[in-house]
Design a protein around this ligand. Structure first.
Ligand code: ADP
Ligand code: MG
Length: 577
């Protein structure tokens, strides 16, 4: 199982694909968002606090608490009371997410996809990867945040060349990226933003306004409470028009009660959100596009929950933004979808209209011969021509297989039938086998004898029904686990097939034309043939492949001599020589 992780400046999230659906996992308090904060307890022996407990600790011990560590990723500065590298602090956040995910899933999570801003350079990406590894993950992919968001919004289904604007306003950063869909992947056309612009600025501005309203400057503790209350009011005002902010015994004896309206908040927030406008215009200009070229604007980041952001974005791009996803979960959702695609478990939602596993036939030597590869969009048709391997072969058994392994025996058999050949020399029969999968996932295998125009049809309905996600997942992961062994076996089978054709033909050719080539040439051929026979016995794939190639090469002169001899004989017969 691979998990998807959004390692954010303000908040981090982790998801997995379960039963074909991407889900984000929650901690024991039910929260899917973990604040990206780490605090070191004064007691040196105690483990560091991560998430909400760390944020709470910040009020009392700001000097022992680290937030927004993402800004420092890739730098060699040391931070906090233990003089850690930024990636070591990020590793603590990732380790916390890992533990939370493992508790929720009841199984170890060891592989992950992690997102980074599109503008992250190599050292920032490498530091993110190292953070993941320090936390005990194998990093399967580092994914751009806007790309992840586009996946979460389901925009991978858009037409070729579609352009998307990803507007991401988080806690402390603003990113705007323009993507283009090209050959099924998103390409970043431009990306820009402000690394010091986000919801934190709105919180600060609202706090200042509230302090102004209360008259006297509050004590540090009261200020911290007011700050928390301001954030809560800001969140509430994204869905309601007014909010009553109450702080009993604020500043010792005084209680505070302030009624805030959305209009009041917007007056404070507007100048901050307006700052994103020039960045958007810049991103469009960098991509050499105008707002009219943009097919969709998607919203990412918690601050885009504010209705005022919707309004300003609509004004900048001349179209209402797509608000169909939770903006602060979209990046994590996309990372999880990418994880699901990598592990092959997302069949039900994303890959519903494609073949979950490869379909093929068993060929010589027990090999899997893929006719329709995994993840082909249905309906689809593909086929291959077969012929008789020996003279007068009456028939051939066709086994229809599904799976990703190189050897037929490791795949699942869906059915089998015989193809009848007409009597004749080797290679004279012609039977086309066609696989056809209809819209419902029903597989029809058609075998047509092209000489006699007779058909045989095998219908298999089980390709979509029998195959559960777990079975697909284990088939795909087995194919990865056994990739090297499987490939070795395939190489050996293919090379031995060739050797078994070459060696008897060589004996005949040497008997017939061996005297026509120089003796050392003959020696070379015999040595190559001996090496091929030896490799066949020892079963070493690489050795056999090399031996067969060498044998092929060594016999070039002999083959030429035979052709020449045949030519001369023919000319003689016709009295031309
Ligand atoms: P980041 O990408 O920076 O890690 P997020 O995408 O989680 O952060 O965004 C966090 C920001 O979103 C915070 O400033 C938070 O106050 C803000 N936010 C979250 N929910 C809301 C809401 N309902 N209304 C307004 N702002 C919100
Ligand atoms: Mg973010």
């Amino acid at each position: 199982m691979i998990c998807g992780i959004d390692l954010g400046t303000t908040n981090s999230l982790l998801g997995v694909v379960e039963a074909g659906f991407p889900i984000l996992l929650a901690d024991e308090s039910g929260s899917r968002l973990t604040p990206s904060a780490v605090s070191f307890p004064q007691d040196e022996a105690a483990p560091p606090l991560v998430g909400t407990p760390a944020l709470r600790q910040r009020i009392i011990h700001p000097e022992l608490t680290l937030t927004s560590i993402k800004r420092l990723m890739g730098q060699t500065t040391r931070v906090g009371p233990k003089h850690n590298l930024p990636e070591e602090i990020s590793a603590l956040i990732l380790g916390h997410l890992k533990k939370m995910g493992e508790a929720a899933m009841g199984q170890p999570l060891t592989r992950a996809v992690i997102t980074v801003p599109a503008y992250f350079n190599d050292s920032q990406r490498a530091a993110t990867k190292r953070a993941g590894e320090l936390a005990g993950f194998t990093i399967e992919r580092i994914l751009n945040e806007p790309t992840a968001a586009a996946l979460a919004y389901g925009l991978d289904k858009l037409d070729e060349r579609s352009k998307i604007a990803v507007y991401d306003l988080g806690g402390g950063t603003f990113d705007i990226s323009i993507l283009e869909m090209r050959a099924g992947v998103f390409e970043v056309l431009s990306t820009t933003g402000d690394t010091r612009l986000g919801g934190d600025d709105i919180d600060q501005a609202l706090l200042d306004a509230l302090i102004l309203q209360t008259g006297t400057p509050p004590s540090p503790a009261a200020r911290a409470r007011l700050w928390e209350a301001a954030i809560a009011a800001k969140h509430a005002l994204s869905s309601s028009d007014s909010h009553l902010l109450t702080l009993p015994f604020f500043d010792g004896t005084r209680s505070l009660e302030v009624s805030l309206t959305r209009t009041q908040l917007e007056a404070v927030a507007r100048p901050i959100i307006e700052k994103t406008r020039t960045h958007c215009q810049r991103a469009l200009a960098d991509a050499r596009l105008t707002p009219a070229d943009i097919h969709q604007v998607i919203l990412v980041g918690g601050s885009t929950r504010m209705p005022l952001v919707h309004q300003i974005v609509a004004d900048i791009f001349g179209q209402p933004p797509n608000t169909s996803q939770h903006p602060d979960e979209a990046v994590a959702m996309g990372a999880t979808i990418q994880a699901g695609i990598l592990e092959g478990s997302l069949r039900q939602i994303l890959l519903l209209d494609v073949t979950p596993l490869s379909l093929g036939l068993e060929t010589f030597g027990g090999l899997m011969n893929v006719i329709i590869p995994r993840n082909t969009t249905i309906p689809c048709k593909a086929g291959e021509m077969f012929t008789n391997a020996v003279p007068n072969q009456p028939s051939m058994l066709v086994r229809v297989l599904q799976g990703e392994r190189e050897m037929a025996r490791d795949n699942w058999e869906l059915g089998q039938f015989a193809i009848e050949f007409d009597p004749g020399p080797k290679g004279s029969a012609r039977v086309g086998v066609q696989f056809e999968i209809d819209q419902n996932g029903l597989l029809r295998v058609l075998a047509r004898n092209t000489l006699t125009q007779t058909d045989r049809v095998l219908e298999i309905a089980s390709t979509a029904v029998d195959v559960t996600d777990e079975r697909v997942e284990s088939m795909v992961s087995e194919s990865v686990a056994y990739a090297i062994e499987d490939m070795r076996e395939r190489i050996f089978v293919e090379a031995s097939h060739k050797a078994n054709e070459l060696l008897p033909a060589l004996d005949m050719a040497l008997a017939q034309a061996g005297s026509l080539i120089p003796p050392d040439d003959r020696e070379r051929i015999e040595a190559a043939a001996a090496e091929t026979r030896a490799a066949l016995i020892t079963g070493e794939a690489a050795r056999l492949k090399a031996a067969v190639t060498a044998l092929d090469h060594a016999t070039e002169q002999l083959a030429a001599a035979i052709v020449e001899q045949a030519m001369e004989a023919s000319l003689h017969r016709r009295g031309l020589l």
